[in-house]
Design a protein around this ligand. Structure first.
Ligand SMILES: *Cc1c(COP(=O)(O)O)cnc(C)c1O
Length: 350
């Protein structure tokens, strides 16, 4: 199918215009020379709407569009205390006159006297913030479930008083949210064909909740593209993850009136080898990747997501898994506010 046809289908979905698109796409000249490939970057850290954009804005355009079409007043969402998704959600809510409520799990406990990074921005924008501390020995996933239960109780109380609430899942990973990356994939391919003259040989990106990957895979299938999308994990995932992402992609396609096209196990290329020791815990390879990109190209990536994904991509290139001379695209999903987060999250950069 052509992207123009996909655009027509996307045009039938409720959407709030929140960011600045298309985001830039260009070649990283110095790094390309050093690595022996043609390395391009897709700047989804430039989505807006505030200075600190990222991949969540594409999803939020459709999610907030849905919330507005339902006449909601409050938007609830979830994440870690330094969640990029939560901060971007607060920003778009303010833009649209919606009231943002956050339930944030303190994987790294914030210092109330020295608020940093996204949590500071959430406060400046006046979000209602509920911090959910981890219980002794509790897994992150269990704390996340607990935060959702608390939020749903809260929503029930508000609804009983006549206030309509909208729930955005963690990372905006829902069928409606992932539609944003069907659009994102189409936009990126259109630019790649303009700049490179053909489809790239590889796309690399960081995967967390999987909503971005689901949308990319659905977009790729819709546009009959063969580009391998390599998704570098930023956290531990259970064996059901690829299948669930595939289901999510198919539900997004269904919203556009399309039949399922994705088999998550067959179509995803998820690499779990670069996130250790864990989510929001830095590693040396990611730190080196951050410094390399900063020094060679003046570009900032982050220790939690894009640094780990970029380190993974560098490893593929340096070990020859990606052949010399290939056209490689790195999807920059944002997150550089983490450079101003707690030291435990930042790690040792120099
Ligand atoms: C959320 C996020 C991701 C991962 O996106 P998912 O859709 O949750 O998989 C990648 N990079 C950054 C900077 C993010 O904030």
């Amino acid at each position: 199918m052509e992207y123009s046809e996909v655009k027509t289908m996307l045009g039938k979905m409720p959407k709030a215009e929140l960011g600045f698109f298309p985001t830039p796409f260009y070649k990283l000249g110095h790094l390309s020379k050093e690595l022996g490939v043609n390395l391009y970057i897709k700047r989804d850290d430039f989505t807006g709407m505030n200075l600190f954009g990222g991949n969540k804005v594409r999803k939020l355009q459709y999610l907030i569009g849905d919330a507005l079409s339902q006449g909601c007043e409050y938007v609830f969402t979830f994440g870690a205390t330094q969640s990029n998704h939560a901060m971007q959600t607060v920003s778009v809510c303010r833009r649209c006159g919606l009231k943002p409520v956050l339930y944030l799990v303190a994987i790294v406990e914030p210092d109330q006297e020295d608020m940093r990074s996204n949590l500071l921005l959430d406060q400046i924008m006046g979000a209602e913030i509920h911090i959910v501390n981890m219980l002794p020995g509790e897994e992150e996933a269990d704390a996340e479930k607990r935060s959702v239960c608390m939020a749903r109780e809260h929503m029930k109380r508000l609804e009983a008083e006549g206030h309509k609430c909208y729930e955005v899942p963690m990372g905006g990973a829902s069928p409606i949210g992932s539609v944003g990356f069907i659009e994102g994939f189409g936009e990126m391919m259109e630019q790649a064909i303009q700049v490179i003259g053909k489809e790239p040989d590889y796309i690399f990106h960081a995967t967390g909740t999987g909503g971005t990957m689901a949308g990319l895979l659905a977009g790729r299938a819709l546009l009959d593209s063969q580009v391998p999308v390599i998704s570098i994990n930023v956290s531990w995932k259970d064996p059901g993850y690829p299948g669930r992402c595939g289901d999510l992609a198919n539900e997004s396609l269904k919203l556009l009136g399309m039949a399922p096209l994705i088999d998550g196990i067959r179509d995803s290329r998820i690499d779990p080898n670069y996130y250790q020791p864990g989510y929001e815990i830095p590693n040396e390879e990611a730190s080196k990747a951050i410094c390399l990109l900063a020094k060679k190209e003046g570009l900032l990536i982050d220790p939690v997501y894009t640094g780990k994904a970029f380190a993974g991509m560098l490893d593929y290139i340096r070990t020859g898994k990606v052949k010399q001379g290939s056209n490689v695209v790195f999807l920059h999903t944002g997150g550089a506010t983490a450079l101003f987060a707690e030291k435990e999250i930042l790690g040792n950069l120099f």
